[in-house]
Ligand binder design. Sequence first.
Ligand code: SF4
Length: 395
Amino acid sequence: MSAQGILLFSGGLDSLLAARVLMDQGLDILCLHFVSPFFNNAGAKKRWKRLYDLDVEIADAGREMVDLVANWPEHGFGKVLNPCVDCKIALLRLAKKRMEEEGAHFIATGEVIGQRPMSQRRDVMNLIRREAGVEGLLLRPLCAQHLDPTPFELSGLVDRTKLLALHGRGRQEQLELARKYGLENIPSPGGGCLLTERENARHYWPLRTYRSTPSVADFTLANFGRQLWSIQGQRALWMVVARNNRDNERLREAAQERDLLAGLCDFPGPIALLRDGADWERQDLERAAAQFVSYAPRAMQASEETPGQTVRVWLRNAAGQQVIAVVPNRERTDFARPSWEEVKAQKHELASRMDALHKERLAAQKKARQLAWEREHCKTDHASGDGNGLAPETN
Ligand code: SF4
């Protein structure tokens, strides 16, 4: 039997309560959990089944989210790099597709009016619904009593009297409801995805600035290890140095055809990944290797005991291996990551430019509308014999 409704399920308390509110009135709900480099709790699928008896479907939103972050989102970024309004629009559009495939009647979310300043104000919630193309399809069961009845409430498919009237930022009512439902291991309130954290923004910003078309794999790689960039004008070299064995494995898995992996020939130590390293100049590889060595304590100790001694580093990909000998760069000055202040300043500058472009676009649209109106008006005048028979002037 196909589901009657599709619920956007983050795994946070609100989406869990939304699932219970709907399922408790006998509705068949498909919980959809989206994943991307910025949010991914797919590993909890079994736990959700065990604790809450929910079958959750995992759905990929990586490309859509990366497009938003890599380009300038229509409704801008929040305090950090979170494009919350456009994110919700994108996820609702994906959910709508899934709803149509499933033959379901509606989409539900765990949103609570007034809970978040950027995306859960009444006017913004209306805008999101309109731009996602889900007017007449979207149900917000936790705050439905504050909203107009939806077609599925009016038709009787959903019992409006069993929907809730939550409002605002407080969490007390949600916690009481969770206790009422006997929910164990109550999830903490969702604090937002990785895009809301400054530390992550410092990793993501160079990607969107210096890589022409950053991929889902790029943003995934930006989530772990030491993220280091060497920027020279518009030329940017990206090196990731593992912090632990888990990172070593992830770097091996993340390596692509033009990447180089780096390691120490004679000492234990981390692995590094040089994105597109096969295209780097020899001197860039040496600079990267010299800094990479500084993250290997045993190699550093040996080089301190014999000043000036070089350390051998291997660099390899499927095409072959080379070994270079370098003196460690103790100061770690060649590769770095931008500070949050630098990211913030660049983001503000870009926001002003985008704002100016937006205003220009609006002015051009207004002018085009005015010209169209004038042409139409002139035609009417000609038809009624009032015109002078000349084409309207447009400038
Ligand atoms: S916090 Fe992240 S996942 Fe949540 S709406 Fe904003 S961008 Fe989307």
